[in-house]
Write a protein that binds this ligand. Structure first.
Ligand code: ADP
Length: 715
């Protein structure tokens, strides 16, 4: 007799897997054999380290009960065992108390009262000979926050040098816990955050960016559930749901509502009727995304789960990205049932967030990678593979999803980057680890749920040690995955490699240089034995040929940046827009400069509609793209949208090329608020706004909620 999990998996493997565009099928999925080997290697390393730590500590390493809390109290990642500082944290609304332990770190404390030179000397005394061969890489970890423990382990494995309270002189790498701006006044080195990433990955902005791509490439971007932005698209949402139900009364779609700046499942709820939307909170209109709910996820052991994958964006220009071969899967703690009015509020059934499910009595903490409520992705793939699922196909679809999503984000990120780190001014370069949350549908199609700019790098989990009292205790599964990701990110960011290729404004070098860890150097320095092979797999520029055609909006952003002006702002003024129209030769007898002014006001007002009211209006990239699409549609009426836009790009690029590059305005460091949502605006849009009309036209063309095979609906 089959167990429950087996039944679910057989179902999954039996389901026809949707075909993906040709461009995707040639993506090489470097899956199980290698990744599993890597995992087991790193696993062995980690386990032996953990064991010796336990031995040295004289404590047993258990993940339950008091023994764990004792161990935690003495645990240190720097090889020096000290008692942690404890802080009690009352969690809002839960009545629960968390005992958080700040990192007890011998290195931190020993360095705190020493000069930097003494620290350096200390490292040499410890027998680290790296400095004799070449200066060891320096990492400022003073702002690392919750990623500190994993970072420390990584630095130790690499035998690099950590500066836990910062350094008077520059470090090679600055590790920030939250944002690019955690540490101001960095003028060199590399920071592990891009300016603007937090803003870009808020739910509304991510939805907007993906939607722009869906307009141009509907087939390629059907991995993101249909979404509406609230409050501005409330009417559209209500109308479309009503139409759908009128057309087919048997359809019972469910929607998930997510607050714009929410995380960890906070404020999320399911609805079946637009009337159930909680649009107002007090006197404030809530900004949120309402999204089609995927009703038929793949289940394992009857439980819904999602995948957390780590993606390194190593550089924007040239675009370079890597995917971690290992990730995490987070399981619900209540058996899944398709949504019904009765179970809509069952969070442990519908939401996979660890932060929620950990509070369920059914949550299973496990030190094993393939059991429990949090498992490695490879263990899930292995299990699916053993049931006949084509896991290479699953992986290559996921890789395609990741590349396409990053391509959608890059245009806005470049605008932020140039505002914060203008060309020609001293500044750091940036890289960032992102957390992709992906759901597999029953038919194995991956669906993007969200991208986290600050994925948790904690290597501990919360555990209830006595009623209502929680402690952070070591989590082997987290440690195994996250330390590998941070360590290999550092290896890829080693400045010795980067210098060879020169630094550009947005990142490093030329596309061909992308990779690889200098195995020879690691060997000379005696690291080869101790370090597993890279757990990060390069996917771009590796798959440039398959995906470059999607980078259309990035070309629009390049034009936008060119006309942005000298102040380093992120918004284009009316004069800049006129210059764009004039220089790109877009005005003629049927489109005068006065029409251009009206277009500018119309579209900019529409973009600003939902935000602050003010007299000054300026155009952000999103509005510029709207204007560009409108101009393209006007000029190349007979063509489909994508060809209209590409044709107009060619017109603009050749006009700009003809004028030479000498007159390109050079933006400077911006002091403006980097959040596009805080832009100044004045009035609501006119109903015949071209952008609005174009948007309505788009919605007419792409009827949502059709449960068809190719859409992002839950079929
Ligand atoms: P948060 O940032 O608050 O975690 P998410 O977008 O990740 O918000 O959503 C939280 C959880 O809700 C996800 O982990 C997933 O389990 C579930 N979820 C989110 N969007 C959908 C969707 N469109 N269909 C089905 N489940 C979803």
């Amino acid at each position: 007799m089959k167990g429950p999990g087996e039944a679910a998996e057989t179902e999954a493997s039996g389901e026809g897997h949707q075909s993906s565009p040709a461009s995707e099928s040639s993506v090489q999925a470097d899956v199980s054999p290698t990744s599993r080997r890597d995992i087991s290697r790193s696993s062995i390393n980690e386990r032996s380290r953990s064991k010796s730590r336990s031995k040295a500590d004289g404590q047993e390493r258990h993940v339950n009960g008091r023994q764990v809390s004792d161990l935690t109290a003495h645990r240190s990642v720097a090889g020096v065992y000290r008692v942690s500082n404890e802080q009690n944290l009352q969690v809002k609304g839960t009545g629960k108390i968390f005992k958080a332990k700040s990192a007890a770190n011998g290195h931190v404390e020993s360095c705190q009262r020493q000069t930097e030179e003494k620290c350096e000397h200390g490292v040499k005394e410890d027998g680290n000979k790296v400095g004799k061969k070449r200066r060891s890489v320096t990492v400022d970890s003073s702002k690392a926050k919750t990623s500190l423990e994993a970072l420390k382990l990584s630095i130790r494995q690499l035998k690099w040098k950590e500066f836990p309270i910062g350094r008077r002189t520059a470090c090679d790498i600055y590790w920030h816990g939250v944002s690019f701006h955690d540490n101001e006044n960095i003028v060199s080195g590399q920071v592990n955050k891009f300016p603007g990433m937090i803003e870009m990955l808020r739910k509304i902005n991510l939805s907007r960016a993906v939607r722009t791509m869906q307009e141009l490439f509907p087939e390629e971007y059907n991995f993101y559930p249909r979404s509406w932005i609230l409050p501005e698209e409330y009417q559209l949402f209500s109308t479309q749901v009503r139409l759908l139900k009128d057309n087919d009364s048997t359809l019972k779609p469910t929607f998930i509502v997510k607050p714009d700046n929410g995380s960890q499942g906070d404020g999320i709820y399911l609805i079946r009727d637009p009337a159930d939307l909680r649009v107002i909170s007090g006197s404030q209109v809530k900004q949120a995304v309402v999204q089609e709910y995927i009703q038929k996820p793949l289940l394992i052991d009857k439980l819904k789960f999602d995948i957390r994958l780590y993606v390194l964006v190593r550089s924007l220009e040239p675009l370079e990205m890597y995917i971690a071969k290992e990730g995490l899967t987070r399981f619900c703690t209540e058996p899944y049932q398709e949504p019904s009015q009765k179970n809509l509020s069952h969070v442990f059934m519908h939401l996979t967030n660890y932060s929620l499910n950990v509070h369920s009595g059914n949550f299973v903490h496990s030190d094993s990678c393939n059991t429990g409520s949090k498992r490695t992705f490879s263990s899930v793939l292995y299990r699916l593979g053993s049931k006949g699922v084509d896991i290479k196909k699953v992986w290559s679809d996921i890789i395609a999803l990741v590349i396409k999503t990053v391509i959608a984000l890059v245009p806005e990120l470049k605008v932020h980057y140039q505002a914060d780190i203008p060309p020609g001014k001293p500044g750091p370069t940036c890289f960032q680890i992102l957390g992709f949350d992906i759901l597999l549908m029953k038919n194995l199609k991956p669906i993007l749920l969200e991208v986290n700019s600050n994925p948790s790098m904690r290597i501990e989990h919360e555990q209830e040690v006595s009623p209502g009292v929680f402690e952070y205790v070591p989590s082997l599964v987290d440690e195994e995955v996250k330390v590998g990701v941070i360590r290999d990110t550092l290896r890829l960011m080693d400045p010795a490699q980067r210098k060879q290729y020169g630094v550009t404004n947005f990142g490093v070098g030329s596309p061909e240089d992308a990779i690889v860890v200098d195995a020879e150097r690691d060997e000379k320095e005696g690291l080869a034995d101790s370090l597993p092979s890279l757990c990060l797999k390069q996917v771009f520029p590796k798959y440039t040929k398959q995906f470059n055609y999607l980078r259309v909006v990035e070309r629009i952003a390049t034009i936008f940046l060119r006309f942005l002006g000298v102040k380093g702002t992120m918004r284009l003024g009316p004069t800049g827009f006129r210059t764009f129209i004039r220089n790109c030769k877009l005005s003629n007898s049927s489109f005068s400069m006065a029409s251009a002014d009206i277009l500018y006001i119309d579209i900019t007002q529409r973009e600003c509609f939902a935000f602050i009211v003010s007299k000054s209006i300026r155009m952000g990239l999103h509005a510029f793209i709207e204007a560009f699409f409108y101009l393209a549609a006007r000029r190349f009426k007979a063509l489909p949208l994508r060809e209209q836009v590409v044709s107009l790009l060619e017109v603009c690029e050749s006009s700009i090329d003809g004028q030479g590059h000498g007159e390109k305005p050079r933006p400077h460091r911006s002091n403006t608020n980097a959040n596009p949502a805080s832009a100044h605006c004045s009035a609501p849009p006119t109903l015949n706004s071209p952008a609005l009309m174009r948007r309505h036209q788009y919605h007419r063309q792409h009827q949502p909620l059709q449960p068809s095979a190719k859409g992002n609906t839950d079929n």
